[in-house]
Write a protein that binds this ligand. Structure first.
Ligand SMILES: [Zn+2]
Length: 360
């Protein structure tokens, strides 16, 4: 399928028409419709450049594919496939509506990255490394670690397979076009770590086999410097207590949070603190991304766990930003100086689950 055809079929305008959402008003790139969730007339605003929606009455928000999925009671992936099966209907009351490609939104990235990871394997030496790090085979499977194929031919084949499955790789961080204008993706030797938000994969982090630029062991799966490539956002990752994130967020008591640099260590620590909120952060962090921490209200202590690399190279960047958000007395530092080591200073925290004891 041609890229333009995919863009049109997955656009918010097509979704509006497939769902028969009644237009009440429109300006420039915005269409107001009757909200399908709360039935408020004209409360739902569709942004045709970002492919997003938001209802000012009930607060429902998201992107085109998710809007279709929720109304049809299906997964985002199924919604994507189903939208591609029918012709696009782009009728609307806007004066001009140009459907152009932009950076993919979180829903689109999730669908592509999921299919991408399904096409990858995890090499035995990476399985060994993760086992050494302290993950079980079950954890490895559940989190979804993968290896990046080093052979160019394999990478091109995977891209071709994704394109054949009607994925448009434009605007997907990590992917780019090579000198022969074939789609390809970045080939650093290392383990791909899915970075998730609300169970969606919004980015991929790479835990490198070899140190990069003598300076870092973890980098983003990103392609901003390449032809048709795009840049990933410098995401942080919230790992909520198992299965009860909503209850946790509504809990009125104060709580400790654990901020961990890097991501792979965050996944490890979350195994031991399943009743806490653990936030994985990249070793170089943006102030803007850290603002997301404000979602968590009534924070008691902020435990910061840093891996060896962060301690040596990037602790200033992380701490400087955290001190702007929380009073110094609340921030407690812990150091993990060996791969996957849980600092003994943090074991005294409430909610620590001794995995060994649980197994015994
Ligand atoms: Zn609504």
């Amino acid at each position: 399928m041609k890229q333009q055809e995919i863009l049109e079929k997955t656009s918010i305008i097509n979704v509006k028409n497939k769902l028969n959402l009644k237009e009440t008003f429109s300006t420039k790139d915005t269409i107001f419709v009757k909200c399908p969730f709360c039935s408020d007339n004209g409360a739902m605003k569709l942004n045709t450049t970002e492919n997003s929606y938001i209802c000012k009455n009930c607060g429902a928000k998201g992107y085109a594919i998710g809007l279709y999925a929720k109304n049809k009671y299906m997964t985002n992936r199924r919604a994507y496939e189903s939208l591609l099966q029918e012709d696009a209907d782009l009728s609307n009351n806007l004066k001009t509506a140009i459907i152009t490609s932009t950076r993919k939104n979180d829903e689109e990235l999730d669908i592509i990255y999921q299919s991408f990871l399904e096409n990858l394997d995890l090499k035995s030496e990476h399985i060994m490394e993760l086992l050494r790090y302290g993950f079980s085979m079950e954890d490895i499977e559940r989190i979804g670690f993968k290896s990046i194929p080093i052979q160019e031919k394999d990478r091109i084949n995977i891209c071709n397979k994704l394109i054949k499955d009607d994925f448009d790789l434009e605007g997907t961080p990590g992917f780019f076009k090579d000198r022969k204008f074939r789609w390809n993706f970045k080939a650093h030797k290392g383990i791909l770590i899915p970075i998730k938000e609300n169970h969606r994969i919004i980015a991929l982090r790479i835990h490198l086999e070899d140190i990069y630029n003598t300076d870092t062991t973890d980098i983003w799966f990103s392609s901003s410097q390449d032809c048709n490539g795009s840049k990933t956002l410098n995401n942080i990752m919230f790992l909520y207590p198992e299965e009860n994130a909503i209850q946790f967020m509504n809990d009125t008591g104060t709580k400790d949070i654990i901020i961990v640099s890097e991501m792979i260590l965050a996944y490890k620590i979350h195994l031991y603190f399943r009743n806490n909120i653990v936030i994985g952060v990249p070793n170089v962090i943006s102030k803007k991304e850290l603002q997301k921490l404000k979602r968590i209200q009534k924070v008691n202590d902020v435990h910061v766990v840093m891996d060896k690399h962060t301690v040596l190279h990037n602790s200033e960047n992380l701490l400087e930003n955290l001190y702007k958000l929380y009073p110094r007395r609340k921030i407690k530092l812990h150091f993990s100086l060996k791969d996957g080591e849980i600092p003994s200073s943090i074991e005294n925290l409430n909610n620590y689950i001794d995995i060994q004891e649980n197994i015994a």
